[in-house]
Design a protein around this ligand. Structure first.
Ligand code: PMP
Length: 387
């Protein structure tokens, strides 16, 4: 078979191989605590599930518009108005099968040999994978240079050249759990005004998972940048709907038609029942999110304290999402060695930092989307493992 060469440049998500290895060990009778995959461990709220059931009962079983049913796109614009007081044209909202397609379509819109794309490292690995796939040049900014793993707006601005087409930001970040507050985003937004050739892709999928009552500094707050703004959002994390494959994104006017064609050429449309569920989630009560955040905050505090008590482990305080990203070199092991030992000796599945970026040899990612009992047990097992 003669295959396309760019296939060899595609990366993957190591969290899925960690899961497969952990499941194989479990099948052999080894107990395992799963702190690998990043998905909330709560049920989708009942009123949301009921809306999907009703849609199917009402006969919404066929193809729908590729860019999403208008009711769902309008529910998104209402949500944006409520949360960020921004008026946006619903024609610029596209409903996606999850958050992920927005990143791959956005990168396909700009990526080609010679184009530069600025991105965070470490980051959700599909960003770098897709940049490499398109043959464009990845220009990373390294979050591990900061003790709290936050990005520095001046550093990002200094990386912009004439060839920069796209700047990727993820806030709160996966895998670091770091959260950058509005003051820094203001500096970045102000600086970006000088570079009108740069489009911004703001991944805000964790906008509802921010700790300590801080506000989400969404890029919707900067109307002057909106003509070159892509916002990646969705239902997966906020409403515990990862498996529903439902997301939404906001696009520059100029890109809407192109991205709609990418949708038609790949997935056709998102199933209607999920979109009706999405409307119920956005328009409905936020109680489930509030309850989830109470639990996530308790878990965050538990894991942050527990990790810092382990010999040789240092962990900054996660400000958002549900990940802790400790440095483990004080144990004498690399992140990869630590994860291997944790899986085989402590029965804890976690992901090595290198799954998210080349500079993360010293780190591992713990997802704390798990019960407090499981987190405590995992910490106990690792403590024993470290002797
Ligand atoms: N962005 C980030 C930063 C993520 O961590 C994830 C999923 N882990 C996504 C986007 C993709 O979300 P979805 O599962 O809705 O495709």
């Amino acid at each position: 078979m003669k295959l396309a060469t760019n296939l060899n440049r595609l990366g993957t998500e190591t969290a899925f191989s960690v899961l497969a290895e952990a499941k194989a060990l479990e099948a052999k009778g080894n107990p395992m605590i799963h702190l690998g995959l990043g998905q909330p461990d709560f049920k989708t709220p009942k009123h949301v599930v009921d809306a999907a059931k009703k849609a199917l009962d009402d006969g919404h079983h066929g193809y729908v518009m590729s860019n999403g049913i208008p009711e769902c796109r309008q529910a998104v614009t209402r949500w944006i108005k409520r949360r960020y007081n921004a008026d946006v044209d619903f024609e610029r909202i596209l409903i996606m099968p999850g958050g992920k397609p927005t990143m791959s379509y956005a990168i396909q819109c700009f990526g080609e040999p010679g184009a530069e794309i600025i991105h965070p490292t470490p980051a959700f690995p599909i960003y770098e994978s897709m940049i490499n796939y398109t043959g464009s040049t990845p220009v990373p900014y390294d979050l591990t240079e900061d003790k709290d793993l936050k990005f520095n707006p001046e550093k990002i601005l200094s990386l912009i050249t004439d060839k920069t087409r796209l700047l990727i930001l993820i806030n709160p970040n996966n895998p670091t759990g770091s959260f950058v507050e509005k003051e820094s985003i203001d500096v970045l937004a102000e600086g970006l005004k000088k570079y009108p050739h740069v489009t911004i892709l703001s991944d805000e999928i964790y906008s509802r998972q921010i700790f300590d009552n801080k506000e989400m500094p969404s890029f919707f707050h900067y109307p002057e940048l909106r003509e070159r703004l892509i916002v990646l959002e969705g239902w997966s994390k906020a409403y515990s709907m990862t498996g529903w494959r439902l997301g939404w994104s906001f696009w520059p006017k100029e890109l809407v038609g192109h991205v709609n064609k990418l949708l038609i050429n790949s997935v056709s449309c998102v199933n209607a029942a999920a979109q009706f569920a999405g409307i119920a989630a956005l328009d409905g009560p936020d109680d489930s999110i509030d309850e989830m955040m109470v639990k996530f905050t308790q878990r965050r505090d538990l894991i942050h304290k527990g990790l810092n008590e382990l010999p040789g482990v240092e962990c900054s305080l996660p400000g958002g999402a549900f990940y802790a990203f400790p440095k483990v070199t004080g144990t004498g092991m690399s992140g990869a060695e630590f994860c291997k030992k944790a899986m085989h000796e402590a029965g804890v599945a976690i992901v090595p930092g290198t799954a998210f970026g080349k500079t993360c040899n010293d780190y591992v990612r713990f997802s704390f989307a798990a019960s407090r009992d499981n987190i405590s047990q995992a910490l106990e097992n690792i403590k024993k493992m470290l002797g």
